[in-house]
Write a protein that binds this ligand. Structure first.
Ligand code: DOR
Ligand code: ZN
Ligand code: ZN
Length: 371
């Protein structure tokens, strides 16, 4: 008799992606709150946390309010919005902190104008941002080492985004052993693609920050899975025309491919289903202080084998770096707060049905936020 696992779909909790780029406001030809949250549901995510490098960037009460208003009217799954750390909002950011998912500091050049070069600005933000509210950093190599030092000096927890290198994960292990308050995430593209894949993907399309790493780096990520708190897609959609242009912007879409890739690794016994639940639900819920989603679940067919295709995806960007990759595991149905939000390849949740994970934002106390 074959194993009974073929009979019943696996049920997962509503998954959380703590690192996505929704592109609205400013670049809705790449993605908007509607298409991006449809992609999230199709990928098994019922909560997404959106980065602030939009146009304009989200760095003030006004931009946070207006972006959350857009999200509230268009999102099909639950959402949060990060506030971007700038050189001129160290003193104003703490007052609006409770309305955001957390503060995002860009410590290297990525996409968009948000970047903090001077370490005294980093220090000012770490000292001012409320303890207990999430603070994330885009950092690579030596900026990662530097921000770990500041987390230690200020005792302010820092979440390190998209760790991709051996030297980084080994340093984070050491920092955690010393009790330095850091957590970290790794993207599926840094777990499943290496620089060896660049010729097949194409050089412009392969542009991403951090860049794709070498095989030794990837092996180090797999060998140090216990140090990785979260898996995060860093869903960063740019259109194919942009990626194939002479100045390709960095970034990969990822919301619809993360879970199939992770489930494939589970089928290959490289990780367990519990490893996925811990890093796509339990840990992000704790680190980002997210509310419970009652009566919410994701049903997956662990036996479905197919190849990843951009065609038919819900993201607006129209391509994937994983095109043609064979995977095992498909999202069949997503239930959010008792409502079927995704079923048999169709998104059923309506725009505006998603909720802000910081609900106090909709009715801000006092005059903390302008209308
Ligand atoms: O590749 C990237 N793309 N890395 C980032 O940090 C930003 C992102 C984007 O917004 O496109
Ligand atoms: Zn980043
Ligand atoms: Zn990002």
């Amino acid at each position: 008799m074959p194993a009974a696992k073929t009979m019943k779909p696996l049920t997962l909790p509503g998954l959380i992606d703590p690192h996505v780029h929704m592109r609205e406001p400013g670049a809705t030809h790449k993605e908007d709150w509607d298409s991006g949250t449809a992609a999230a549901l199709a990928g098994g995510f019922t909560t997404i946390l959106a980065m602030p490098n939009t146009a304009p960037p989200v760095t003030s009460a006004e931009t946070l309010q207006s972006t959350l208003k857009l999200a509230g009217s268009k999102a099909r799954c639950d959402f949060g919005q990060y506030l971007g750390a700038g050189v001129d909002n160290t003193t104003s950011a703490p007052a609006i902190a409770p309305f955001s998912t957390g503060l995002k500091m860009y410590l290297d050049q990525t996409y968009g104008p948000l970047r903090l070069d001077d370490m005294t600005d980093w220090l000012a933000h770490l000292q001012a941002w409320p303890h207990g509210l999430p603070l994330c950093a885009h950092c690579e190599g030596k900026t990662l080492a530097a921000v770990i030092l500041l987390a230690d000096l200020t005792r302010h927890p820092v979440h390190l985004c998209h760790v991709s290198r051996r030297e980084e994960i080994l340093l984070i292990r050491k920092a955690k052993e010393q009790g330095i308050p850091v957590t970290c995430e790794v993207t599926p593209h840094h777990l499943f693609l290496s620089e060896d894949d660049i010729p097949a993907i194409g050089s412009g399309r392969s542009e991403v920050r951090p860049r794709l790493a070498n095989r030794r780096d990837i092996q180090a990520l797999w060998d140090n899975l216990d140090v990785i708190d979260c898996f995060a897609s860093d869903h960063a959609p740019h259109t194919l025309a942009e990626k194939d242009s002479p100045t390709p912007p960095p970034g990969f879409p990822g919301l619809e491919t993360s879970l199939p890739l992770l489930l494939t690794a589970a089928a290959e016994k490289r990780l367990t289903i519990d490893d996925i639940i811990l890093r796509c639900y339990t840990n992000p819920a704790r680190i980002f202080r997210l509310p419970e989603q009652p009566d919410t679940r994701v049903e997956v067919d662990l036996d479905a084998r197919y190849a990843i295709r951009a065609a038919g995806a819900f993201t607006r960007c129209g391509w994937t770096p994983f095109e043609g990759m064979p995977v095992q595991g498909r999202v069949m149905r997503v239930t959010l707060r008792g409502q079927t939000a995704f079923e048999d390849g169709k998104v059923l949740a309506q725009p505006g049905s998603g909720r802000n994970v910081r609900p106090e934002m909709t009715t801000p106390p006092g005059a903390a936020l302008p209308d």
